[in-house]
Write a protein that binds this ligand. Structure first.
Ligand code: NAD
Length: 419
Protein backbone atom coordinates (compact mmCIF):
# COMPACT_ATOMS: atom_id res chain seq x y z
CA UNK A 1 0.00 0.00 0.00
CA UNK A 2 1.16 3.54 -0.75
CA UNK A 3 -0.60 6.89 -0.54
CA UNK A 4 -1.32 6.45 -4.28
CA UNK A 5 -3.02 3.03 -4.05
CA UNK A 6 -6.27 2.76 -6.00
CA UNK A 7 -7.46 1.17 -9.25
CA UNK A 8 -5.53 3.37 -11.70
CA UNK A 9 -2.26 3.50 -9.76
CA UNK A 10 -2.45 -0.24 -9.09
CA UNK A 11 -2.81 -0.77 -12.84
CA UNK A 12 0.31 1.31 -13.58
CA UNK A 13 2.18 -0.58 -10.84
CA UNK A 14 1.07 -3.94 -12.25
CA UNK A 15 2.20 -2.96 -15.75
CA UNK A 16 5.53 -1.80 -14.33
CA UNK A 17 6.03 -5.11 -12.49
CA UNK A 18 5.63 -6.95 -15.81
CA UNK A 19 8.25 -4.72 -17.46
CA UNK A 20 10.60 -4.95 -14.47
CA UNK A 21 10.40 -8.76 -14.62
CA UNK A 22 10.96 -8.68 -18.37
CA UNK A 23 14.05 -6.49 -17.90
CA UNK A 24 15.22 -8.46 -14.82
CA UNK A 25 15.43 -5.26 -12.77
CA UNK A 26 16.59 -6.11 -9.22
CA UNK A 27 13.84 -5.78 -6.60
CA UNK A 28 15.64 -3.05 -4.64
CA UNK A 29 15.76 -0.81 -7.72
CA UNK A 30 12.07 -1.01 -8.56
CA UNK A 31 10.56 1.44 -6.06
CA UNK A 32 13.09 4.05 -7.12
CA UNK A 33 11.80 3.80 -10.68
CA UNK A 34 8.10 3.53 -9.88
CA UNK A 35 7.32 5.81 -6.94
CA UNK A 36 6.86 9.52 -7.71
CA UNK A 37 9.54 11.97 -6.65
CA UNK A 38 7.02 14.55 -5.39
CA UNK A 39 3.29 14.90 -4.93
CA UNK A 40 1.38 17.99 -3.88
CA UNK A 41 -2.24 18.28 -2.75
CA UNK A 42 -3.76 21.73 -2.55
CA UNK A 43 -7.09 23.26 -1.55
CA UNK A 44 -8.48 25.77 -4.02
CA UNK A 45 -11.22 27.95 -2.54
CA UNK A 46 -13.26 30.04 -4.97
CA UNK A 47 -16.21 32.34 -4.56
CA UNK A 48 -19.24 30.96 -6.41
CA UNK A 49 -21.51 33.22 -8.44
CA UNK A 50 -24.10 33.05 -5.62
CA UNK A 51 -21.58 34.50 -3.14
CA UNK A 52 -20.81 31.25 -1.28
CA UNK A 53 -17.29 29.83 -1.01
CA UNK A 54 -16.45 26.35 -2.28
CA UNK A 55 -13.18 24.45 -1.92
CA UNK A 56 -11.88 22.15 -4.65
CA UNK A 57 -9.03 19.65 -4.20
CA UNK A 58 -6.11 19.87 -6.61
CA UNK A 59 -3.11 17.64 -7.19
CA UNK A 60 0.21 17.60 -8.99
CA UNK A 61 2.54 14.61 -9.14
CA UNK A 62 6.10 14.83 -10.50
CA UNK A 63 7.23 11.31 -11.18
CA UNK A 64 10.91 11.76 -11.88
CA UNK A 65 13.31 14.60 -12.49
CA UNK A 66 16.23 12.51 -13.72
CA UNK A 67 16.00 13.33 -17.43
CA UNK A 68 15.04 17.01 -17.25
CA UNK A 69 12.00 18.96 -16.07
CA UNK A 70 8.76 17.07 -15.64
CA UNK A 71 6.00 17.48 -18.20
CA UNK A 72 2.35 16.58 -18.13
CA UNK A 73 -1.25 17.60 -18.50
CA UNK A 74 -3.78 18.92 -16.04
CA UNK A 75 -7.10 17.12 -15.78
CA UNK A 76 -10.33 18.70 -14.57
CA UNK A 77 -12.80 15.90 -13.82
CA UNK A 78 -14.93 14.81 -10.85
CA UNK A 79 -13.05 11.49 -10.57
CA UNK A 80 -9.56 13.02 -10.30
CA UNK A 81 -7.59 11.79 -7.30
CA UNK A 82 -3.97 11.45 -6.23
CA UNK A 83 -3.62 7.83 -7.39
CA UNK A 84 -5.02 8.52 -10.86
CA UNK A 85 -2.74 11.54 -11.28
CA UNK A 86 0.29 9.50 -10.10
CA UNK A 87 -0.45 6.73 -12.62
CA UNK A 88 -0.77 9.26 -15.43
CA UNK A 89 2.55 10.85 -14.37
CA UNK A 90 4.29 7.45 -14.46
CA UNK A 91 2.96 6.71 -17.95
CA UNK A 92 4.19 10.15 -19.06
CA UNK A 93 7.72 9.25 -17.92
CA UNK A 94 7.87 6.07 -20.01
CA UNK A 95 6.29 7.97 -22.93
CA UNK A 96 8.76 10.87 -22.88
CA UNK A 97 11.70 8.46 -22.66
CA UNK A 98 10.29 6.30 -25.47
CA UNK A 99 10.03 9.22 -27.90
CA UNK A 100 13.34 10.71 -26.71
CA UNK A 101 12.18 13.94 -25.05
CA UNK A 102 14.32 15.47 -22.27
CA UNK A 103 11.53 15.23 -19.70
CA UNK A 104 10.27 13.17 -16.81
CA UNK A 105 6.55 12.61 -16.39
CA UNK A 106 4.12 14.69 -14.36
CA UNK A 107 0.37 15.08 -14.16
CA UNK A 108 -2.03 17.26 -12.27
CA UNK A 109 -5.70 17.77 -11.80
CA UNK A 110 -8.61 19.19 -9.93
CA UNK A 111 -11.57 17.20 -8.72
CA UNK A 112 -14.31 19.21 -10.43
CA UNK A 113 -16.91 18.85 -13.15
CA UNK A 114 -15.97 21.84 -15.34
CA UNK A 115 -19.34 21.79 -17.10
CA UNK A 116 -21.11 22.32 -13.76
CA UNK A 117 -19.48 25.70 -12.95
CA UNK A 118 -19.71 29.04 -14.75
CA UNK A 119 -16.94 30.46 -16.94
CA UNK A 120 -16.06 33.01 -14.25
CA UNK A 121 -15.86 30.27 -11.62
CA UNK A 122 -13.72 28.15 -13.95
CA UNK A 123 -11.31 31.05 -14.43
CA UNK A 124 -11.14 31.64 -10.65
CA UNK A 125 -10.47 27.94 -10.04
CA UNK A 126 -7.82 27.71 -12.79
CA UNK A 127 -5.99 30.78 -11.49
CA UNK A 128 -6.18 29.65 -7.86
CA UNK A 129 -4.89 26.17 -8.78
CA UNK A 130 -1.91 27.67 -10.63
CA UNK A 131 -1.27 30.13 -7.79
CA UNK A 132 -1.11 27.21 -5.32
CA UNK A 133 1.28 25.38 -7.67
CA UNK A 134 3.76 28.26 -8.14
CA UNK A 135 6.21 27.00 -5.46
CA UNK A 136 6.39 23.58 -7.17
CA UNK A 137 6.44 24.26 -10.92
CA UNK A 138 8.67 26.24 -13.30
CA UNK A 139 9.88 26.20 -16.92
CA UNK A 140 12.88 24.10 -15.85
CA UNK A 141 11.12 22.16 -13.06
CA UNK A 142 7.66 21.15 -14.23
CA UNK A 143 5.75 22.31 -17.31
CA UNK A 144 1.96 21.88 -17.48
CA UNK A 145 -0.30 21.16 -20.48
CA UNK A 146 -3.99 20.40 -21.16
CA UNK A 147 -5.67 17.05 -20.56
CA UNK A 148 -9.27 15.93 -20.09
CA UNK A 149 -11.53 18.82 -19.12
CA UNK A 150 -8.95 21.56 -19.73
CA UNK A 151 -8.21 23.53 -22.88
CA UNK A 152 -6.22 26.38 -24.44
CA UNK A 153 -8.14 29.02 -22.49
CA UNK A 154 -7.28 27.39 -19.17
CA UNK A 155 -3.61 27.16 -20.22
CA UNK A 156 -3.70 30.90 -21.00
CA UNK A 157 -5.08 31.62 -17.49
CA UNK A 158 -2.35 29.40 -15.98
CA UNK A 159 0.35 31.24 -17.94
CA UNK A 160 -1.08 34.64 -17.04
CA UNK A 161 -1.30 33.81 -13.32
CA UNK A 162 2.30 32.57 -13.24
CA UNK A 163 3.50 35.59 -15.23
CA UNK A 164 1.68 38.10 -12.99
CA UNK A 165 3.42 36.54 -9.98
CA UNK A 166 6.87 37.05 -11.52
CA UNK A 167 6.12 40.40 -13.11
CA UNK A 168 6.99 39.37 -16.65
CA UNK A 169 5.61 37.00 -19.27
CA UNK A 170 6.74 33.38 -18.85
CA UNK A 171 5.23 31.64 -21.86
CA UNK A 172 7.25 28.46 -21.36
CA UNK A 173 5.54 27.57 -18.07
CA UNK A 174 2.70 25.78 -19.90
CA UNK A 175 2.12 24.30 -23.35
CA UNK A 176 -1.11 23.89 -25.28
CA UNK A 177 -1.67 27.65 -25.10
CA UNK A 178 -3.59 29.68 -27.70
CA UNK A 179 -1.45 30.90 -30.61
CA UNK A 180 -2.00 34.48 -29.49
CA UNK A 181 -0.32 33.74 -26.15
CA UNK A 182 2.80 31.86 -27.26
CA UNK A 183 1.24 28.60 -28.43
CA UNK A 184 2.53 26.68 -31.41
CA UNK A 185 0.87 25.92 -34.71
CA UNK A 186 -0.19 22.27 -34.79
CA UNK A 187 -0.53 21.69 -31.01
CA UNK A 188 -4.33 21.60 -30.93
CA UNK A 189 -4.34 18.91 -33.62
CA UNK A 190 -1.14 17.15 -32.52
CA UNK A 191 -2.39 14.23 -30.42
CA UNK A 192 -5.26 13.18 -32.68
CA UNK A 193 -3.18 13.78 -35.79
CA UNK A 194 -0.42 11.52 -34.43
CA UNK A 195 -2.93 8.79 -33.55
CA UNK A 196 -4.39 8.84 -37.07
CA UNK A 197 -0.92 8.97 -38.64
CA UNK A 198 0.21 5.83 -36.83
CA UNK A 199 -3.09 4.04 -37.53
CA UNK A 200 -2.64 4.86 -41.24
CA UNK A 201 0.88 3.47 -41.11
CA UNK A 202 -0.37 0.18 -39.67
CA UNK A 203 -3.22 -0.06 -42.20
CA UNK A 204 -0.67 0.40 -44.97
CA UNK A 205 1.58 -2.28 -43.45
CA UNK A 206 -1.39 -4.65 -43.23
CA UNK A 207 -2.24 -3.88 -46.89
CA UNK A 208 -5.69 -2.56 -45.90
CA UNK A 209 -6.84 0.06 -48.38
CA UNK A 210 -7.55 3.38 -46.61
CA UNK A 211 -10.46 4.01 -48.93
CA UNK A 212 -13.06 1.60 -47.65
CA UNK A 213 -11.39 1.03 -44.29
CA UNK A 214 -13.61 1.73 -41.27
CA UNK A 215 -12.95 3.34 -37.89
CA UNK A 216 -14.75 3.75 -34.56
CA UNK A 217 -13.80 6.51 -32.12
CA UNK A 218 -14.79 6.58 -28.42
CA UNK A 219 -14.51 10.11 -27.00
CA UNK A 220 -14.98 13.21 -29.15
CA UNK A 221 -12.95 15.78 -27.25
CA UNK A 222 -9.63 17.27 -28.30
CA UNK A 223 -7.97 13.94 -29.12
CA UNK A 224 -10.91 11.92 -30.46
CA UNK A 225 -12.31 14.67 -32.69
CA UNK A 226 -8.98 15.43 -34.38
CA UNK A 227 -8.20 11.71 -34.76
CA UNK A 228 -11.60 11.21 -36.43
CA UNK A 229 -11.13 14.26 -38.64
CA UNK A 230 -7.70 13.13 -39.81
CA UNK A 231 -8.85 9.54 -40.47
CA UNK A 232 -11.77 10.97 -42.44
CA UNK A 233 -9.31 13.11 -44.41
CA UNK A 234 -7.30 9.97 -45.28
CA UNK A 235 -10.47 8.44 -46.78
CA UNK A 236 -11.27 6.14 -43.84
CA UNK A 237 -14.98 5.77 -43.11
CA UNK A 238 -15.66 6.69 -39.46
CA UNK A 239 -18.78 4.62 -38.76
CA UNK A 240 -19.28 5.40 -35.05
CA UNK A 241 -18.29 8.00 -32.47
CA UNK A 242 -19.29 8.44 -28.85
CA UNK A 243 -18.83 10.81 -25.93
CA UNK A 244 -20.21 11.10 -22.39
CA UNK A 245 -23.61 12.15 -23.81
CA UNK A 246 -24.15 9.17 -26.16
CA UNK A 247 -23.10 7.55 -29.43
CA UNK A 248 -23.79 7.94 -33.16
CA UNK A 249 -23.54 5.24 -35.83
CA UNK A 250 -23.84 5.12 -39.60
CA UNK A 251 -22.77 2.08 -41.63
CA UNK A 252 -22.04 4.33 -44.60
CA UNK A 253 -19.81 6.65 -42.53
CA UNK A 254 -20.54 9.74 -40.44
CA UNK A 255 -20.05 13.28 -41.73
CA UNK A 256 -17.09 13.95 -39.44
CA UNK A 257 -16.40 17.60 -40.45
CA UNK A 258 -20.06 18.40 -39.73
CA UNK A 259 -19.95 16.56 -36.40
CA UNK A 260 -16.72 18.38 -35.55
CA UNK A 261 -18.41 21.74 -36.11
CA UNK A 262 -21.40 20.62 -34.02
CA UNK A 263 -19.19 19.53 -31.11
CA UNK A 264 -17.22 22.77 -31.33
CA UNK A 265 -20.42 24.82 -31.15
CA UNK A 266 -22.27 22.79 -28.49
CA UNK A 267 -19.45 21.22 -26.49
CA UNK A 268 -20.59 17.63 -27.13
CA UNK A 269 -22.31 15.29 -29.61
CA UNK A 270 -25.68 15.79 -27.88
CA UNK A 271 -28.48 17.02 -30.12
CA UNK A 272 -26.75 16.15 -33.40
CA UNK A 273 -29.19 13.56 -34.71
CA UNK A 274 -31.83 11.29 -33.21
CA UNK A 275 -31.78 8.90 -36.21
CA UNK A 276 -28.10 8.07 -35.82
CA UNK A 277 -28.31 7.33 -32.05
CA UNK A 278 -26.56 4.15 -30.98
CA UNK A 279 -25.91 2.24 -27.74
CA UNK A 280 -22.67 3.73 -26.32
CA UNK A 281 -21.85 0.44 -24.55
CA UNK A 282 -21.74 -1.37 -27.91
CA UNK A 283 -19.34 1.06 -29.61
CA UNK A 284 -16.07 -0.59 -28.59
CA UNK A 285 -17.07 -4.00 -29.90
CA UNK A 286 -18.28 -2.87 -33.34
CA UNK A 287 -16.59 -4.56 -36.29
CA UNK A 288 -14.10 -2.09 -37.80
CA UNK A 289 -10.54 -1.79 -39.07
CA UNK A 290 -9.39 0.82 -36.53
CA UNK A 291 -10.72 1.23 -33.00
CA UNK A 292 -9.69 4.46 -31.26
CA UNK A 293 -10.50 4.68 -27.54
CA UNK A 294 -9.97 8.41 -26.88
CA UNK A 295 -11.81 9.03 -23.60
CA UNK A 296 -10.89 7.59 -20.21
CA UNK A 297 -8.88 4.79 -18.56
CA UNK A 298 -9.79 1.13 -18.19
CA UNK A 299 -12.64 0.98 -20.72
CA UNK A 300 -11.32 -2.22 -22.33
CA UNK A 301 -11.42 -4.96 -19.71
CA UNK A 302 -10.87 -8.70 -20.14
CA UNK A 303 -14.43 -9.30 -21.30
CA UNK A 304 -14.46 -6.51 -23.88
CA UNK A 305 -11.01 -7.55 -25.12
CA UNK A 306 -12.42 -10.98 -26.00
CA UNK A 307 -15.22 -9.31 -27.96
CA UNK A 308 -13.18 -6.70 -29.85
CA UNK A 309 -13.67 -6.89 -33.62
CA UNK A 310 -11.04 -4.42 -34.82
CA UNK A 311 -7.83 -5.06 -36.77
CA UNK A 312 -5.95 -2.15 -35.22
CA UNK A 313 -6.35 -0.89 -31.65
CA UNK A 314 -5.02 2.66 -31.60
CA UNK A 315 -4.91 3.72 -27.94
CA UNK A 316 -5.43 7.47 -28.01
CA UNK A 317 -6.47 7.69 -24.35
CA UNK A 318 -4.05 6.99 -21.53
CA UNK A 319 -4.50 3.56 -19.96
CA UNK A 320 -7.67 2.49 -21.81
CA UNK A 321 -6.77 -1.22 -21.57
CA UNK A 322 -6.51 -3.14 -18.29
CA UNK A 323 -3.73 -5.68 -17.61
CA UNK A 324 -6.41 -8.46 -17.73
CA UNK A 325 -7.38 -7.26 -21.22
CA UNK A 326 -3.70 -7.24 -22.17
CA UNK A 327 -3.52 -10.97 -21.46
CA UNK A 328 -6.39 -11.51 -23.91
CA UNK A 329 -4.82 -9.22 -26.52
CA UNK A 330 -1.57 -11.13 -26.12
CA UNK A 331 -3.38 -14.28 -27.26
CA UNK A 332 -5.03 -12.35 -30.10
CA UNK A 333 -1.75 -10.73 -31.19
CA UNK A 334 -2.07 -11.97 -34.78
CA UNK A 335 -5.66 -10.70 -35.09
CA UNK A 336 -5.33 -7.26 -33.44
CA UNK A 337 -2.39 -4.91 -33.97
CA UNK A 338 -1.96 -2.88 -30.79
CA UNK A 339 -0.52 0.64 -30.93
CA UNK A 340 0.01 1.17 -27.18
CA UNK A 341 -0.97 4.46 -25.54
CA UNK A 342 2.52 5.71 -24.73
CA UNK A 343 3.38 5.49 -28.42
CA UNK A 344 -0.02 6.18 -29.99
CA UNK A 345 -0.83 9.47 -28.22
CA UNK A 346 2.75 10.71 -27.89
CA UNK A 347 2.22 13.30 -30.66
CA UNK A 348 0.70 15.57 -28.01
CA UNK A 349 3.74 15.76 -25.78
CA UNK A 350 6.08 15.86 -28.77
CA UNK A 351 4.43 19.05 -30.04
CA UNK A 352 4.21 20.39 -26.48
CA UNK A 353 7.98 19.96 -26.39
CA UNK A 354 8.24 21.93 -29.65
CA UNK A 355 6.10 24.67 -28.11
CA UNK A 356 8.36 24.84 -25.02
CA UNK A 357 11.47 25.01 -27.23
CA UNK A 358 9.93 27.77 -29.37
CA UNK A 359 8.90 29.77 -26.28
CA UNK A 360 12.37 29.45 -24.75
CA UNK A 361 13.99 30.57 -28.00
CA UNK A 362 11.29 33.07 -28.99
CA UNK A 363 11.58 31.63 -32.48
CA UNK A 364 8.40 30.21 -33.99
CA UNK A 365 8.02 27.49 -36.62
CA UNK A 366 5.68 26.94 -39.56
CA UNK A 367 2.93 24.33 -39.11
CA UNK A 368 4.35 21.96 -41.74
CA UNK A 369 7.68 21.96 -39.89
CA UNK A 370 5.88 21.06 -36.64
CA UNK A 371 3.86 18.27 -38.22
CA UNK A 372 6.75 16.87 -40.23
CA UNK A 373 8.98 16.69 -37.14
CA UNK A 374 6.15 15.19 -35.08
CA UNK A 375 5.65 12.38 -37.62
CA UNK A 376 9.40 11.81 -37.87
CA UNK A 377 9.64 11.25 -34.10
CA UNK A 378 6.56 9.01 -34.08
CA UNK A 379 7.94 6.96 -36.99
CA UNK A 380 11.25 6.43 -35.21
CA UNK A 381 9.57 5.34 -31.97
CA UNK A 382 7.16 3.08 -33.87
CA UNK A 383 10.07 1.35 -35.65
CA UNK A 384 11.87 0.84 -32.35
CA UNK A 385 8.78 -0.64 -30.67
CA UNK A 386 7.96 -3.04 -33.49
CA UNK A 387 11.58 -4.16 -33.83
CA UNK A 388 11.91 -4.70 -30.09
CA UNK A 389 8.62 -6.62 -29.90
CA UNK A 390 9.76 -8.91 -32.68
CA UNK A 391 13.22 -9.40 -31.19
CA UNK A 392 11.96 -10.27 -27.70
CA UNK A 393 8.73 -11.92 -28.86
CA UNK A 394 6.64 -9.67 -26.59
CA UNK A 395 3.53 -7.53 -26.98
CA UNK A 396 3.88 -3.99 -28.32
CA UNK A 397 2.95 -2.54 -24.92
CA UNK A 398 5.74 -4.50 -23.23
CA UNK A 399 8.23 -3.44 -25.90
CA UNK A 400 7.25 0.25 -25.71
CA UNK A 401 7.32 0.40 -21.92
CA UNK A 402 10.56 -1.60 -21.77
CA UNK A 403 12.30 0.95 -24.01
CA UNK A 404 10.99 3.81 -21.84
CA UNK A 405 11.87 2.19 -18.51
CA UNK A 406 15.31 1.15 -19.78
CA UNK A 407 16.16 4.73 -20.76
CA UNK A 408 15.01 6.11 -17.41
CA UNK A 409 16.98 3.42 -15.62
CA UNK A 410 20.12 4.18 -17.64
CA UNK A 411 19.87 7.89 -16.69
CA UNK A 412 19.37 7.04 -13.01
CA UNK A 413 22.28 4.61 -13.02
CA UNK A 414 24.73 6.99 -14.65
CA UNK A 415 23.73 9.91 -12.42
CA UNK A 416 24.04 7.76 -9.29
CA UNK A 417 22.21 7.90 -6.00
CA UNK A 418 22.38 11.22 -4.16
CA UNK A 419 24.07 11.86 -1.71
P1 NAD B 1 -11.33 16.04 -23.62
O1 NAD B 1 -11.84 16.47 -22.29
O2 NAD B 1 -11.08 17.07 -24.66
O3 NAD B 1 -12.31 14.93 -24.24
C1 NAD B 1 -12.69 13.78 -23.55
C2 NAD B 1 -13.82 13.13 -24.34
O4 NAD B 1 -14.15 11.86 -23.74
C3 NAD B 1 -15.10 13.95 -24.36
O5 NAD B 1 -15.68 13.87 -25.64
C4 NAD B 1 -15.98 13.24 -23.33
O6 NAD B 1 -17.35 13.42 -23.57
C5 NAD B 1 -15.55 11.81 -23.59
N1 NAD B 1 -15.89 10.89 -22.52
C6 NAD B 1 -15.72 11.03 -21.19
N2 NAD B 1 -16.18 9.94 -20.54
C7 NAD B 1 -16.64 9.10 -21.50
C8 NAD B 1 -17.23 7.82 -21.47
N3 NAD B 1 -17.45 7.18 -20.34
N4 NAD B 1 -17.58 7.25 -22.67
C9 NAD B 1 -17.38 7.88 -23.84
N5 NAD B 1 -16.82 9.09 -23.90
C10 NAD B 1 -16.46 9.69 -22.76
O7 NAD B 1 -10.00 15.20 -23.32
P2 NAD B 1 -8.81 14.89 -24.32
O8 NAD B 1 -7.76 15.91 -24.12
O9 NAD B 1 -9.35 14.62 -25.68
O10 NAD B 1 -8.24 13.54 -23.67
C11 NAD B 1 -8.80 12.26 -23.97
C12 NAD B 1 -7.81 11.18 -23.57
O11 NAD B 1 -6.58 11.37 -24.28
C13 NAD B 1 -7.42 11.17 -22.09
O12 NAD B 1 -7.16 9.84 -21.70
C14 NAD B 1 -6.13 11.96 -22.07
O13 NAD B 1 -5.34 11.65 -20.93
C15 NAD B 1 -5.50 11.47 -23.36
N6 NAD B 1 -4.48 12.34 -23.92
C16 NAD B 1 -4.73 13.64 -24.19
C17 NAD B 1 -3.74 14.43 -24.77
C18 NAD B 1 -4.01 15.85 -25.19
O14 NAD B 1 -3.15 16.42 -25.84
N7 NAD B 1 -5.13 16.44 -24.87
C19 NAD B 1 -2.47 13.89 -25.02
C20 NAD B 1 -2.23 12.54 -24.74
C21 NAD B 1 -3.26 11.78 -24.19
Amino acid sequence: MTVYSGPVFDMAAKQFAIIADHLSIPLDERDRLLLPKRAVTVSCPIRRDDGTVMVFEGYRVQHLLTRGPTKGGTRFAPTVGLGEVAALAIWMSWKCALVGLPYGGAKGGVSVDPSAISKRELEALSRRYMQEMIPFVGPHTDVMAPDMGTNEQIMAWFMDTYSMHYGHTVMEIVTGKPLSAGGTLGRREATGRGVAYLAKRVLNDLAINLNGATAVVQGFGNVGSFAALELHRYGVKVIAVSDHTGALYSASGLDIPDLFRHAERHGSLAGYSSELQYDPRAVLTLACDVLVPAAIERVIDGDIAKRLRCRVLAEAANGPTTPEADLVLEQRRDEIFLIPDILCNAGGVVVSYFEWVQDLQQLFWEENEVTQRECQILDRAFDQVVTRARRDNVAHRTAASAIGVERVRAAKTVRGLFP
